[in-house]
Design a protein around this ligand. Sequence first.
Ligand SMILES: NC(=O)c1ccc[n+]([C@@H]2O[C@H](COP(=O)([O-])OP(=O)(O)OC[C@H]3O[C@@H](n4cnc5c(N)ncnc54)[C@H](OP(=O)(O)O)[C@@H]3O)[C@@H](O)[C@H]2O)c1
Length: 299
Amino acid sequence: MTGSVLAITGSTGRLGGRVARRLSQRGTPQRLVVRDPSRAPALGNTEIARTDYGDAAAARRALAGVSTLFMVSGEETRDRVDQHRTFVDAAAAAGVEHVVYTSFYRASPDATFTLARDHYATEQHIRATGLRWTFLRDNLYLDMLPLFAGRDGVLRGPAGDGRVSAVALDDVADAAVAVLESAAGHEGRTYDLTGPEDLSLAEAASILTDVTGRTVTYHAETVEEAYASRAPYAAEDWQVDAWVSTYTAIAAGELAGVSDDVAHLTGHQPLRAEAYLRRTAATATGRGGPAAVPEPPTA
Ligand SMILES: NC(=O)c1ccc[n+]([C@@H]2O[C@H](COP(=O)([O-])OP(=O)(O)OC[C@H]3O[C@@H](n4cnc5c(N)ncnc54)[C@H](OP(=O)(O)O)[C@@H]3O)[C@@H](O)[C@H]2O)c1
């Protein structure tokens, strides 16, 4: 691959996979930067490079010759920000010109949602390297909503009657592709990628009931109840704090608010929750339905 090389991370996952498929369908050449080449999607006009974000030497090799990098945030680990910093430094050392990073809505150093602080730290590091950047601040993925409900059909968390403008992964992918295809026009820009409506979790439960035919209810836990109900997972403290603060951020109003950035970037309105979940209900049912995962992955 010669000329201006576009590299995509996360293509073995949900968001990066969607972005890679869209770019491939449009005939855009891309380098898929993956941890396990045997799991890279088979797409036309691609080349494959291997690295983990935390492996500086491999990352530098994987990013050699890349001009624009789409960096999907890594899986949640205690040291994720360090891994991100290593990867960003490797990008700068390899001569990458522009990083498009998937951050989180209202990322800030004092965000209620603990992982939004990590995204802010990554943003700050990207800025500090002198790389050109674009930040896509995605809100909670609508696709996660079915996973919020437990096996008993109860969506429980300390979100009070707060609201969230959750966004469909398909809309985030469309927005990312729009940015990647004309990256120069998006330098130094931060986009808030939200859905078109603010939903309370009671409304989300009602939509899930309609869409899946299975009764889903919302129980507004206290913070103490939230820690107690998650204790059986025996997860590390940072992970439980992330789970619980997803909800307290909603209660605090930090995940509410509707942006027109998806529409502005893609030329279409973002999907409403009911339409999107109805469309994806068949897939969710195929995976065992909303009860399959007791606690959602966080951001
Ligand atoms: N906004 C939200 O609601 C929300 C919800 C969940 C997650 N997130 C964040 O958004 C990201 C994308 O979401 P998603 O649904 O596409 O997640 P996903 O399906 O789990 O995909 C994550 C992708 O990132 C790759 N990856 C993870 N850690 C990595 C590392 N240390 N080095 C290199 N590659 C790594 C994974 O590779 P492998 O296949 O090798 O694991 C996978 O391709 C997540 O990774 C997470 O940071 C946001």
